[in-house]
Ligand binder design. Sequence first.
Ligand code: FUL
Length: 695
Amino acid sequence: MKKLNLLFVVLLSMVFVQCKNVEPPKPVLPLPTKNQIAYNEMERNAFIHFGLNTFNDMEWGYGDSPASTFNPSELDAEQWCKVIKDAGLKGVVLTCKHHDGFCLWPYDGTEYSVKNSPWRDGKGDLVREVSDACRKYGLKFGVYLSPWDRNSTLYGSPEYIDYFRDQLTDLLTNYGEIYEVWFDGANGGTGYYDGADEKRSVDRKTYYDWPKTIELVRKLQPNALLFSDAGPDVRWCGNESGVGGKTNWATLRKDEAWPGWPHYKELTAGHEDGDYWVPSEINTSIRPGWFYHKSEDHKVKTVSGLMDYFYESVGRNGTALINFPVDSRGLIHENEATNVTKWQKLLEKEFAHNLLQDVDNILASNHRGNSSEFGGDKVNDADKNTYWSTDDELIKSSLTFEFKQATTFNRFLVQEYIKLGQRVSKFTLEILDKDNKWKQIASETTIGYKRILRLPNVSTTKIRFTVVDAKACPTISNVAIYKAPQLITEPSLRRDKNGVVTISVKNKALDVRYTLDGTEPTKQSSKYIEPFSLEKKSRVTVIAFDPESENKSETVSVNFDVNKRKWKIIGAKDKYSNSIFDGNPNSRWTMQVKKMPESLVIDLGEKLKLKGFRYLPDQGRHPKGIIFNYQFYTSVDGKKWILKSKGEFSNINNNPLWQRKEFSPVKAKFIKFTTLSNTVGNKEVCYAEVDIVTE
Ligand code: FUL
């Protein structure tokens, strides 16, 4: 009888536990706003850089390029939107005014706008055309308005702030709903400034009186998110190469970081103890430059490059903002259109089937209050508003997914229920191996809105996901696994000082074919077996074919100019000096010089007809000596020099890629590359590579 009583009490209390209303976990502050959550869910958006730079082959116009040079012949904003929509992107941010001050709408506060261009006989309004096209294609529309204005005479004075706010008011009142307002961090410096032609420095923290501008945005567009280096609503990820932090907190000690903060590298990871929710936006361009340059037509990110970008942005708790440098016709170039459409198709394939839908059992080490509301199955119910959680004190906890049959996967996706804050700081993934032992296949830090891991193919009947540490009990809303098709990464090419070309592929079993005449390689083209010597200026085009399927890599094409065998640096004794023409972007020659300017003089060993030069800065993680202001001279005898090019490598600090400068052709045997200043104002000068462009 006693035993029966006890059983009854146990059963009753079990029923009671099941029925009692278990309190949800307490939120971990700070929390996202509903607009920030909606923004996270957009996942991938488009950036458009278009303006006078497009027609003047520049990255940072000085503010003096004539408005009359803005003349797209076939501008079609609907073509942009169609490409963007087909790529699966959800929003568009347009550079309504870049640093050069030129307005893409007929703003009545300046003459420096589309109204003084031949485009649409000066009657055009590009902001109108793009915002209308966005609405037609179901895309959200956002505006980029550069705080720095290299054209305005007012820049640097208090009156400029009124001018800037007036422009902003125009954009935020006349073009419908705006989802994002983008303020660039590049601020102050040399410029045309209506003829003053001088340097105007501003205090980034105080000059703009940002709080008032923010108030204005909130009033005019209450749903718009404000982007700047450190927020207030969305932050920069600290680089322009499209790589989010593996550790990526959406939280930030914003008051320390905003506005204008030198420690911008910290923006990559955010701050675990951040007191504001400021998620990261991971912006990059689909080409090396932000604006269109014909010379970069063959440098469009490949599908595998775009895939890397996806996993390193959306897959790392960030929102992707991929830039399209609209070309001088006023269209998104076909190379971009082709690659982004393929990108979207591949993403659809990779995430076509969540294999966890076929799971037989999900075991939770604990679920909150034993309530089914917080059960392990909530991570697999396709409902973003339900989640698995544990009792408050049980932070370390796991979910085990059991399959009757061995399942092969290579992608792991996990999402936190961020309405209750970002909590997890460490998690692991294990599989049950053939000997029935747990084997760890990943150990990572943060999750946030979304985290995706790319893994080698693994086959198992049990997968264990463990939250090892978190700010409070975990709240996991979604877990998924996929088996993505194999993607063949394109080969890479380099040529050394002696003209020897090496083609590298990740997978040695691939059949690598190349051409030297610019045509697309086929399976019948020359087969790459070992490094070969390339004497003449040529374009090498390569494809890696999978011998076992119809799969092949993207096409890679590199223009190699003349051979550098005879080149000599005059006066250089440093053993690293030859790194500057070894064809290896990762080797470099760094110097501490006594004073600037510093000149690099090269004897080319023969007289050549030059029409330009190229410079690659330090490619390291913490680059040094990046040249900013330069002069480039040529000479036939090494004594009498002609100045052929001078100026700045705009935006090189944020985007340290190959720089190319062209000039009118000239015969020369010697070149002199002079550094007037580097990007940080110290006495370091570094060259990863230096090259010439011959006619
Ligand atoms: C940078 C700018 O200076 C570039 O030109 C570009 O607009 C990029 C998105 O932001 O800071």
